[in-house]
Design a protein around this ligand. Structure first.
Ligand code: BJW
Length: 239
């Protein structure tokens, strides 16, 4: 299809985009699920069984994200640049709970799986910024309840955030780009089919073909810090 400067764009990102910033992916050989069982740390049942263990897992990841060496990379910056220069809407929907898109300057961004630097209270449902360790004995600063604060992340069996807004954007976009995600986890893995059914051109930028690779009209394989700036430059050259 021919893209115009009036064409809205939706970009889906996954753990692969942050790997060259020093954060682990999930399903690669050296990924998070090779170290811990997802049933233990990424399900409401795992949290109910052992909340302290789950808090410790996310505390360690928060420490990792706060490491001064973990900074946005060329792929994050390229997407922020695309948003700044592309005349039509650019929406980034990230499955990542890190804040590297924001730090690169992305403005229109949905964290569909939540944010590591936020906690939410299961009692009063208030979401608070959280940059240090959470513990099962913490009191909620809003309602005062003890032991009710958990990381504001979406676990298996829980509803991802802002799905209505995401499906509206998928219905309206002319270009859907998927970056650094294995396509194993729904509903994100179904976005390509949704965008395609609505007539969008679909492109995958990934280190290797994802689960849904055959659904994309175009694919560029390589590390995000190389293929994303290259792809964004091609788009901006259309202007
Ligand atoms: C590079 C690179 C480089 C490497 N450059 N690339 C049966 C059928 C269909 C669906 C289901 C089903 N059974 C259950 C479901 C639903 C379930 C699901 O999908 N399960 C699957 C396992 C089948 N989904 C859910 O439960 C979701 N909720 C939901 O569906 O709600 C509706 C509902 C509600 C209630 C009842 C019933 C339905 C919620 C999913 C939540 C996922 N949460 C996690 C943890 C979040 C917090 C945290 O970070 O700890 O989200 S799991 C984890 O996977 C994390 C990620 O966001 C997500 C996706 O991973 P991602 O980003 O794709 O990473 P990887 O590692 O898989 O891939 C990295 C890719 O990058 C690879 O391809 C590499 O090659 C590439 N790469 N280096 C470019 N340098």
């Amino acid at each position: 299809m021919r893209l115009l400067s009036t064409s809205p764009i939706v970009v889906l990102t996954g753990a692969g985009i942050s790997r060259e910033s020093g954060l682990h992916t999930f399903r690669d050989a050296d990924g998070i699920w090779a170290q811990v069982r997802l049933e233990d740390v990424a399900t409401p049942e795992g949290y109910a069984r052992d909340p302290a263990r789950v808090q410790a897992f996310y505390n360690a990841r928060r420490h990792g994200l706060n490491d001064p060496g973990v900074v946005p990379n060329a792929a994050h910056f390229a997407l922020a640049n695309l948003e700044r220069l592309w005349p039509a809407d650019v929406l980034v929907v990230t499955q990542n709970i890190d804040d590297l898109h924001e730090r690169a300057g992305q403005q229109r961004l949905i964290h569909m799986h939540g944010e590591l630097l936020k906690a939410f209270c299961t009692q009063c449902r208030v979401v608070e910024r959280c940059t240090s360790d959470l513990s099962v004995t913490d009191a909620c600063p809003n309602c005062g309840a003890v032991g009710t604060l958990r990381p504001d992340v979406v676990w298996f069996g829980e509803m991802p955030y802002q799905m209505e807004r995401i499906y509206e954007a998928l219905a309206a976009c002319d270009l859907f780009v998927s970056i650094g995600t294995s396509g194993n986890v729904y509903p994100a893995a179904g976005f390509v089919a949704e965008a395609r059914a609505n007539g969008a051109h679909t492109v995958e930028l990934n280190l290797e073909p994802s689960e849904g690779a055959t659904l994309f009209a175009e694919s560029v394989l390589g590390p995000a810090t190389e293929v994303v700036p290259g792809f964004v430059n091609e788009l901006l050259a259309l202007l």
